[in-house]
Design a binder for this molecule. Structure first.
Ligand SMILES: [Zn+2]
Length: 129
């Protein structure tokens, strides 16, 4: 069973946590262009794959592009890089330390964050162990 973020969660992630920018490259995005390949297009990436059934805030990232373009495309196409940066979490890593709320995630400027269950991004020291 997959997990989808609710419309309310998507708005919170997009407008409040990421301030209308891609989490990784901080490119400005347009809310109306969700799912679009146009400039300003974006999508929600599940750090631990959708099939893990986790639709908590720490598992969602607003990324530019789609599964094949932009930062979302890069995460999809280069999983080892994405794991190193916490942008993705191995689906089979099921022990608690691999939960999205405990896995730090790095942006394109080299800053590390913990993503909280309440929907905030808190800058921390990195990287993950
Ligand atoms: Zn981006």
């Amino acid at each position: 069973m997959g997990a989808e973020f609710t419309a309310k969660q998507v708005r919170h992630l997009f407008f409040t946590r990421e301030a209308q920018r891609c989490f990784y490259c901080r490119r400005p995005l347009s809310f109306q262009l969700r799912g679009s390949m146009l400039a300003g297009g974006w999508s929600i990436h599940h750090r631990k794959g959708r099939r893990a059934g986790d639709n908590s805030y720490p598992n969602g990232l607003v990324l530019c592009g789609t599964g094949t373009t932009g930062c979302h495309g890069r995460v999809t196409e280069d999983p080892e890089w994405a794991y190193d940066f916490g942008l993705a979490i191995r689906r089979l890593a099921m022990t608690p330390e691999f939960s999205p709320a405990l896995m730090r995630v790095r942006d394109g400027a080299g800053r590390w964050f913990l993503l909280t269950a309440g929907g905030r991004a808190v800058e921390v020291e990195g990287p993950n162990q």
